[in-house]
Each structure stands twice: as C-alpha cells, then as structure tokens.
Ligand binder design. Structure first.
Ligand SMILES: *[C@@H]1O[C@H](CO)[C@@H](O)[C@H](O)[C@H]1NC(C)=O
Ligand SMILES: *[C@@H]1O[C@H](CO)[C@@H](O)[C@H](O)[C@H]1NC(C)=O
Ligand SMILES: *[C@@H]1O[C@H](CO)[C@@H](O)[C@H](O)[C@H]1NC(C)=O
Ligand SMILES: *[C@@H]1O[C@H](CO)[C@@H](O)[C@H](O)[C@H]1NC(C)=O
Length: 398
C-alpha cells in the first residue's frame, strides 16, 4: 500500500486493520509431516480454528468454531475453547457467548465478586462514609468522616455530610457535632451573652419592618439581598428565611441577619447615620422610667403572647442597667415570641398592673417610632441601599 492510499483510507475513516490482517496474518512454524520441511503457516482469525494445517502446496484451512465454542485471538489450535458454564447464583449474563467471546457473568447490583463468590457490598457504619462505591468487581470503600463531617446512617451509598453551619443560618450551636452526629442548632432565645447586648434595636426594628407589598415586587427580597452593602447574606440562608417566614416577616429576618453578619462594621450606622438620632429619641422616652424588679416583671406579664421567664428577667438585670434594661426586656419578649413585632406588642400592652406613667411613655414611644420623622428615615435608608427601585415601588404603593 503506498503512502497516499494509506492516508486516504485514514482520512475517509476506512478501517485499515482488517486489510493488513488479511494481507499478513500472524504465522506459526510447522514441520511438514511428509517432507520434514519447516513450513511457515498462517494462523486462524478469532471465531475460527485450524481445520487443516498448511502444507508446501496449501494454505492453512480455517473453519468457524462450533456452537458453544469460541476463540478470541489469532491462534493455530485445532479446536476452539468451550464456553464456560451458566452463570452462578447471584450472577446474571452480562454478555452471551459467541464465536469470538466467552460468556461474561457479573454479580447482580449490590454484590461483588470475591474469588468465586458474589458477596454483598459492605455498608459503611455511622461515622464512616463512602469514598468509592462498590462495583460488580470491587467492594465499597468506607472512610472515617473527617473533622467537620458526619454520617449518621449505615449505608452502602451515603458519603459523609458536612455539619450544618448554625452560625450561617443565624442560629446558635446547642450541641457540637462529631463523626456520627450533626451539629444541633437552636434559635437564640436565651440571654447567652453576659453583656447587655440587643440584637436589633427598636429603631432598627421599626426600619427593618418597613413593608413593601409583595405583589408590587415579587422578587423584592432578592433585589434587597443584592443591594445591601457589606457582607452579603448567602443564598442558602435566604432560602432558609423564605421557607420559614411569611413575606412581610422575610424582610425583617433578612435585614436582621444582614445586621448580625456585619456587626463589626456597624454597617447600619454607616448606611444611615440618623439612626443615632432615633436611638436618642427612644432613650428620651424611656430614660426616666425607673422601675423596681417587681414592676419590670409586671410589665413583662402585661405584654401579650408568651411571657419571658422570671429567671430570665432576673438574669438580665445582672448585666443590664436602667434604662437599657427595658429595651433588653422588650427584645427578650420579641425573641420569645418568634420575632413578633415589638411595637405592635407594646400597642397591646395591658396597662392595669403597671404604673400609669410608664404605660403612657411606652405609648408615646410607639407613636414616635411611627412618626413622619421615622418615615423619612425609612426612605433614606432604603433609598440609599437600593436606590430608585424602591423609590418607584414606594411611590406606586402610596
Ligand atoms: C461477540 O460478542 C462481543 C461482545 O461480547 C461483540 O463485541 C462481538 O461483536 C460479538 N461477535 C459476534 C460475531 O456476534
Ligand atoms: C441524620 O442527620 C440528618 C441531618 O441532621 C437528620 O435529618 C436525620 O434525621 C438523621 N438520621 C438519623 C437516622 O438519625
Ligand atoms: C457524638 O455525639 C453524640 C451526641 O452528641 C453522642 O451521643 C456520642 O457519644 C458522640 N460520639 C462520640 C464518638 O463522641
Ligand atoms: C430609681 O429609683 C431608686 C429608688 O426607687 C433610686 O435609688 C435610683 O437612684 C433611681 N434611679 C434612677 C436612674 O433614677
């Protein structure tokens, strides 16, 4: 074959190999029994056997393998090999025998071949996960879950899972996970920090509860996530919020999480310096309220919904001074009641058992938090954060 023809064959994707084989099959040496001359005979191709060895005058004569026989390679045997018997228990026929291939048996799903037998794939116990799933030829490979991962099931398919990131979900860790148990998270309903810290101030809450009718902007929450400065709230956390809260509550939860994530940067104050003015206004309304412990307890009993426990109020008083303790109590009440709107809570305050002056001051505080000044704050905050999108939304809804 000249070079050009060869390239042509290659280019047009015409198989070259059979031609080559036909031209020059592998050879074998054989002494002619009659003349004792050393002959070079052609071997027979797969699927055939040597029916007649070559002589000085004739080429090798090949014949097809009989049924249930095969030959896989070129050879010069006078018989084909017998196909191996039926597949064993727990095996199925992967490929039937034909003239060129023996029968192939394989262990059924979930089993692998060890020596002669099909054995069941190993299951990884709790604390171990799959690093390589089992195949018909090999067993499962398990490995102990490394730090930060766990597996709580016995399984031949499950890998180690990452521990739930409580912090990223805005939760606290109640029990640290290990190789067999996930982290256990809980909503922070107890005063855990020894400092008198308030997660969301009344002013922030009033701002964060700023509501945009969801029918005006169904993807409002996503727009907000994209526009908020500082560390972004992760998509998974956003999904978590969406699953657990109704649409109005979602905005508050999102902004709260965003604030907590950006606590170090004090991002709220950077976005809106006037928040300080608001906080001062709040203190002006409650600053001179001076309540005894019993009166504080009575105040907590007078709020609607679930009551903050007496012990929690007393513990709080160890770290919070007047007048911040009232704010702290209100935030404990909000958290206890699943982030219920504090301002709405104060509106439903029963005034019977608390000093009249206190009730009056709290009602004034509510009015202050819903005053036109505050409305300007809403606008400023949201305008600054997400620009004209909100402006037009708000204009549309007013
Ligand atoms: C025999 O089976 C093999 C696979 O097991 C297949 O590749 C081949 O084409 C078959 N040959 C014939 C002649 O059917
Ligand atoms: C395994 O952990 C997951 C995630 O924490 C949990 O949903 C599941 O119920 C646990 N399964 C068992 C058997 O403990
Ligand atoms: C893993 O944590 C669980 C639950 O907290 C506990 O019951 C178990 O003993 C721990 N296992 C190990 C090996 O520490
Ligand atoms: C609050 O009242 C108590 C007595 O009832 C008094 O000792 C305390 O100084 C007052 N605190 C403030 C800040 O007025």
């Amino acid at each position: 074959m000249n070079k050009l023809t060869y390239y042509a064959l290659v280019i047009f994707n015409i198989s070259v190999t059979p031609i080559v084989q036909e031209i020059s099959p592998p050879k074998y040496y054989r002494e002619d029994p009659e003349t004792s001359v050393q002959l070079i005979c052609d071997q027979c191709p797969p699927g055939t056997y040597v029916k007649q060895h070559c002589t000085a005058f004739r080429k090798t004569e090949c014949a097809p393998c009989p049924t249930n026989h095969y030959s896989e390679h070129w050879h010069y045997s006078q018989e084909c090999q017998y196909c191996s018997g039926v597949c064993k228990e727990l095996q199925y026929v992967k490929q039937e025998c034909n003239s060129t291939h023996n029968r192939v048996c394989e262990c059924t799903d979930g089993w692998y071949l060890e020596l002669e037998f099909c054995l069941r794939h190993r299951k990884c116990p709790p604390g171990f996960g799959i690093v390589q799933p089992g195949t018909p030829e090999s067993d499962t490979i398990c490995r102990r879950c490394t730090k930060g991962f766990f597996s709580n099931e016995t399984s031949s398919t499950a890998a180690c899972q990452r521990h739930t990131n409580c912090h990223a979900l805005g939760l606290r860790m109640a029990v640290k996970g290990n190789a067999t148990h996930d982290n256990v998270c809980y909503q922070n309903t107890e005063p855990a920090a020894p400092r008198c810290e308030i997660d969301v101030s009344l002013c922030e809450e009033a701002l964060f509860r700023f509501s945009v009718p969801s029918e005006l902007a169904p993807n409002w929450l996503n727009i907000l996530v994209e526009s908020l400065p500082g560390m972004k709230v992760k998509r998974e956390n956003l999904e978590w919020i969406k699953q657990r809260h109704n649409s109005q509550e979602q905005i508050f939860q999102l902004l709260k999480l965003w604030k907590l994530q950006n606590k170090e940067q004090d991002v709220v104050k950077n976005v809106i310096q006037d928040i300080d003015l608001c906080e001062k206004g709040v203190l002006k309304h409650i600053g001179h309220i001076n309540l005894t412990t019993d009166e504080l307890l009575a105040l907590m009993q007078s709020l609607p919904g679930k009551k903050v426990r007496k012990d929690d109020v007393k513990n709080m008083l160890l770290v919070c001074n007047s007048p911040k303790h009232i704010l702290k109590l209100l935030s404990l009440w909000r958290i206890k009641n699943g982030d219920h709107d504090t301002i709405r809570g104060i509106r439903h305050l029963k005034t019977k058992n608390i000093p009249p002056g206190v009730a009056q001051n709290l009602k004034k505080l509510v009015r202050f938090l819903h005053s036109p000044t505050m409305y300007r704050l809403y606008q400023k905050l949201f305008l600054k954060m997400i620009g004209n999108q909100v402006q037009s939304l708000k204009a549309g809804c007013l």
